[in-house]
Design a protein around this ligand. Structure first.
Ligand SMILES: [Zn+2]
Length: 187
């Protein structure tokens, strides 16, 4: 948390999250990941936390949803010594492109920068299922999920925070006449 504060990545205001929810706080992971040394350190730390849960199974690939997860997959893959891949939406469906290949039954880890509703992560898990990959675990730098987000696999994060989120029609900030701003990332 101190790293996020120090890097100006913890924003206060009125934000429209990629999930569609509104929030008075936003963690801009890109502000932290833009420092390559910090990104490598965070990737190593997340990989260590995941490794403890994997009982010695080595992933063949680390996969993340573009755009927010790309650097995280890259750095966690560096720590594991495996491939770092990302999925993209093609006609609205999360897809592995760019010549990336997952072998049937290949063990993979799915990562994200931040999990709120888990929508992007779930879409990557669906894409992995279609490809026949064996998903070992889900990892994220920041878990700000509210309520019950269950991916059906092991889950690890570096930072867990409670950030209030509101549906647009029940947002107290909107009620004061304020309009939310979109800090990124889903279009
Ligand atoms: Zn609002």
């Amino acid at each position: 948390m101190s790293l996020f504060v120090e890097r100006g990545a913890l924003l206060d205001g009125h934000f429209l999250l990629s999930s569609g929810l509104h929030s008075p706080r936003y963690l801009q992971c890109a502000r932290v990941l833009m420092d390559p040394r910090v990104a490598t350190d965070l990737g190593r730390a997340l990989a260590e936390r995941l490794r403890e849960a994997l009982n010695g199974v080595q992933p063949g690939a680390v996969v993340a949803p573009a755009l927010g997860g790309v650097l995280v997959a890259h750095e966690v893959a560096r720590a594991f010594g495996c491939r770092g891949l990302f999925t993209e939406r093609q006609d609205g469906v999360m897809t592995l492109r760019r010549g990336f290949v997952i072998e049937p039954d290949e063990p993979v880890v799915v990562v994200e920068d931040a999990v709120t509703t888990g929508k992007s992560t779930r879409e990557v898990l669906d894409a992995m299922k279609v490809l026949g990959a064996r998903v070992l675990a889900v990892g994220c730098l920041v878990d700000r999920s509210v309520g019950d987000v269950d991916f059906g696999v092991l889950r690890r994060s570096l930072l867990r925070i409670d950030v209030p989120t509101y549906p647009a029609d029940a947002c107290p900030l909107c009620a004061t006449g304020s309009r939310p701003v979109k800090p990124g990332s889903r279009a």
